[in-house]
Design a protein around this ligand. Structure first.
Ligand code: NDP
Length: 435
């Protein structure tokens, strides 16, 4: 706290882990007295750099770039890049810290990292995006590599940006390597990677529901966000027979009481990925839906809630509203979307609750599979990757049950995920000595 007092999101993420992991350390002699958590909260390396680029009007713009190399005990640093005006050190350190545990949970050999910039892609032309990405990689390239640090996408960084970033990396390094994941299918990308975070979150929720003898069939589902994670979470929910009632963006949410079916979802994808429009444009085609400006969708009654937009988007009062309306399951697609108080409310009500580091790990897991395919110069089929993704989500669910089951049988997925993620990284750090 003394060192990082001003970094509120980072402290929030660390406190949540510390609360569940410290009692485990105290009970287990091999970890006790080794300052292991203290070592884990200090990034191995923080890189901050200037990014200068020229906009379409010929003006020179200056942004700040970052890469947090948090922990490499079990593999090369791995984690996304976020381009959003709110990006700062606290947010990236929280994301990098969460990433260490998440990557460990996937059982694949990946350390944790995160990076990005305060650059705002909204309203920028394709050429401006390209010039920014090239300028950003002009510095980042010297810190990453397919065996050192392998970035991917996150908020504001999708297929288009990964393409521009990869193009510049390849040019400067004079090598075609798997240095980034989320690549296009014709140049080293993995099938199912675009879908993986959303699909994986739904697979995880399916496993949770199974423990109560339930499934998605006929369930109403409230989803926030309308980006990569939200779109594919919605797609999988529909495939499993659920009804998607909402989607959102930073301007507000849409509520379609008839359900956002496959055709409507395809329209959302066109609006968001091609036209880069705001979510209320949905009403131009589907006027029966409602747009609620400036709000999140948690006031809509549902069986299952899936926050898939950003951190701290679901507060205690939202949790109370969800519970009052009969919600039985919350699976986080975003990173830390529920505040600490909201999580406490879900736990108190003993509903199914999955923290992002467990339920959204399918994205990075599939990135891990992309790295494997790149190393082998080989490509698995769509079904092969999907089935590996399903298996990984099932294994993460099992780990959560193993470490998170209370005496009364309730599964605290937060504790389960934190301890299971911790054990593997801590064991590797202890084996490697004080470095
Ligand atoms: P996208 O950029 O594709 O979409 C982000 C969505 O969230 C958009 O609808 C965006 O709305 C909304 N959003 C972003 N910031 C805010 C904000 N401050 N307030 C309200 N809404 C906001 O990102 P992703 O779908 O990739 O990421 C969503 C979440 O999932 C993030 O928390 C990310 O860290 C997490 N995640 C992503 C993974 C991936 O593979 N992509 C993997 C694991 C986790 P708008 O367009 O208006 O900004």
């Amino acid at each position: 706290k003394e060192r990082n007092g001003h970094e509120s999101e980072f402290l929030q993420a660390v406190e949540e882990v510390a609360e569940t992991v410290i009692p485990y350390i105290v009970e287990n002699d091999i970890y006790y007295g080794k300052n292991i958590l203290l070592r884990m909260v200090e990034p191995e390396r923080v890189i901050m750099f200037r990014v200068c680029w020229v906009d379409d009007a010929g003006e020179i713009q200056v942004n700040r770039g970052y890469r947090i190399q948090m922990n490499s005990a079990i593999g090369p640093y791995k984690g996304g890049l976020r381009f959003h005006p709110t990006v700062n050190l606290s947010i990236l350190k929280f994301l990098a810290f969460e990433q260490v545990f998440k990557n460990s949970l996937t059982t694949l050999p990946m350390g944790g990292g995160k990076g990005g910039s305060d650059f705002d892609p909204k309203g920028k032309s394709d050429n401006e995006i390209m010039r920014f990405c090239h300028a950003f990689m002009g510095e980042l390239f010297r810190h990453i590599g397919h065996n050192t640090d392998v970035p991917a996408g996150d908020i504001g960084v999708g297929a288009r940006e990964i393409g521009f970033l990869f193009g510049m990396y390849k040019k400067i390094s004079n090598g075609f390597t798997g240095v980034l994941t989320g690549k296009g299918m014709s140049w080293g990308g993995s099938l199912i990677r675009p879908e993986a975070t959303g699909y994986g979150t739904v697979y995880f929720a399916q496993k949770m529901l199974e423990t109560k003898g339930q499934d998605f069939e006929g369930k109403s589902v409230v989803i926030s966000g309308s980006g990569n994670v939200a779109q594919y979470a919605a797609e999988k929910v529909l495939q499993l027979g659920g009804k998607v009632l909402t989607l959102s963006d930073s301007s507000g949410y849409i509520y379609d009481a008839d359900g956002i079916n496959a055709e409507k979802l395809a329209h959302v994808m066109e609006l968001k990925n091609v036209k880069r429009a705001r979510i209320n444009a949905y009403l131009d085609t589907y006027p029966n839906a409602k747009f609620v400006k400036g709000k999140t969708p948690w006031e809509i009654g549902c069986d299952i809630a899936m926050p898939c937009a950003t951190q701290n988007e679901l507060h205690e009062n939202d949790a109370e509203a969800l519970l009052k309306n009969g919600c039985i399951c919350v699976a986080e697609g975003a990173n830390m979307p529920s505040t600490k108080e909201a999580v406490a409310a879900f736990h108190k009500a003993k509903i199914l609750f999955a923290p992002g580091k467990a339920s959204n790990a399918g994205g990075v897991a599939t990135s891990g599979l992309e790295m494997t395919q790149n190393s082998l110069r080989f490509k698995w089929t769509r079904d092969e990757v999907d089935s590996k993704l399903k298996d990984i989500m099932g294994d993460i669910h099992k780990s959560c049950i193993e470490y998170g089951t209370d005496d009364d049988g309730y599964v605290d997925y937060v504790r389960g995920a934190n301890i299971a993620g911790f054990v593997k990284v801590a064991d590797a750090m202890l084996a490697q000595g004080v470095v």
